[in-house]
Design a protein. Structure first.
Length: 175
């Protein structure tokens, strides 16, 4: 006799696992609202997962998804905090020099334009890697593409940014 595994798509099972994951995330996060949002994200990812039928232990799989989202959240928080700290330092350093402030603003505008020139997929891969600190494997999973394709997107995006920003600075571009 084959034993049936619990189906997280089943309403009763979902309610039980949902509550467990919500409790798990609330214990680890400062904000109950963020924990609820992240719990929703876990189940949204689960519903979008193509190989759900192949998952032998759905409850464990859902908890792994929750842990991964929590790690992403903490990583983003660290990046934001570092950017804010750098911004505070830079602001005090350049507040006295309007020229430095104007040059910094101009450089940020150049970077924004260069990023806007990238295809949406390349821009997403670069942003996830550089600004959110995700690994290439995590990006591949999130974007539903191969790690090799992530590598190509990031390399092409970085090359494009370098060439555009170097040419804006008046430097010669290597051929």
């Amino acid at each position: 006799m084959q034993r049936l595994k619990p189906d997280p798509g089943n309403g009763d099972t979902v309610r039980g696992v949902y509550g467990e994951i919500l409790h798990f995330l609330r214990k680890r996060m400062d904000n109950a609202s963020d924990a609820a949002d992240m719990t929703q994200d876990v189940f949204a990812q689960w519903l979008g997962y193509r190989d759900r039928a192949k998952v032998e232990q759905p409850r464990a799989f859902l908890f792994r998804m929750a842990r991964n989202l929590l790690s992403d959240h903490w990583r983003r928080q660290q990046v934001r905090q570092a950017v804010l700290q750098d911004g505070e330092t830079d602001t005090t350093a350049t507040a006295d020099d309007p020229l430095d402030h104007a040059q910094q603003a101009q450089r940020l505008e150049q970077l924004r334009r260069v990023l806007d020139e990238l295809s949406p997929r390349r821009r997403e891969a670069l942003m996830l890697h550089r600004f959110e600190g995700l690994t290439q494997a995590q990006i591949a999973e999130r974007m539903n593409i191969s790690v090799s394709m992530v590598e190509k997107h990031i390399a092409a995006a970085l090359l494009h940014c370098k060439r555009c920003l170097d040419s804006d600075d008046g430097r010669e571009q290597p051929q």
